[in-house]
Design a protein. Structure first.
Length: 114
C-alpha cells in the first residue's frame, strides 16, 4: 500500500506510517513471545559504556574511528556476556594473530559450575 503525503498532510507522518506498515510483523513480537521484552532498556544499558567512552574521549575523530570503536565495543560486550575477561581474551587473540596471521574464533560461553 503506497502512502502519499496527502493522506496524512505531513511528510513525517507519511514516513512513519510507511515504516509502521513495513515493520508491523516485528513490532509486536513481544505479544506472542513472553521472553521478548516490550522495551529495549537492556540494550540501552549495554551500549551505555561505549557512549560514555565516546563522550569522555571528545567523540570519534573520523568515520573509521567510529567504526573501529563500534567493532571493539561489540566484541568487548560479547565476551563479557559469554563470561570471559575481554581484555585478556583480546590480548590472547592478538598474540595468536601475530604468530599465525589468523584471528581465533570467539570463545564459547562459560557455563557456570561446569
Amino acid at each position: 500500500m503506497a502512502l502519499a503525503q496527502g493522506e496524512y498532510g505531513d511528510g513525517d507522518a507519511s514516513r512513519l506510517a510507511k515504516r509502521l506498515l513495513k515493520y508491523c510483523d516485528s513490532l509486536f513480537t513481544f505479544l506472542d513471545h513472553p521472553a521478548v521484552p516490550f522495551e529495549n532498556n537492556l540494550a540501552e544499558r549495554m551500549i551505555r559504556p561505549a557512549v560514555l567512552i565516546r563522550k569522555n574521549s571528545q567523540s570519534n575523530r573520523s568515520e573509521k574511528g567510529a567504526a573501529t570503536q563500534a567493532v571493539l565495543m561489540s566484541i568487548y560486550r560479547t565476551l563479557r556476556l559469554r563470561g570471559h575477561d575481554p581484555t585478556d581474551t583480546m590480548v590472547a587473540a592478538l598474540r595468536t594473530y601475530l604468530t599465525t596471521g589468523q584471528l581465533p574464533p570467539l570463545p564459547a560461553p562459560v557455563i557456570a559450575g561446569g
